[in-house]
Write a protein of this length. Structure first.
Length: 50
């Protein structure tokens, strides 16, 4: 599964990794946001078909 970030229009395979590498989110923030809501980044990414 691939995703396209609606913010920066880049493609990625791993949303948490993208948030950390491209948008400089810290791992702690990403982890806690995903823990609070596993779908929290879904609206920010489009799913691309392989
Ligand atoms: Zn992005």
């Amino acid at each position: 599964m691939k995703y396209m970030c609606k913010t920066c229009k880049k493609k990625c395979k791993d949303i948490p990794e993208h948030m950390m590498k491209v948008h400089n989110f810290s791992k702690n923030i990403v982890d806690s946001q995903l823990k609070a809501n596993p779908n929290c980044y879904k609206n920010a990414f489009e799913i691309l078909e392989e």
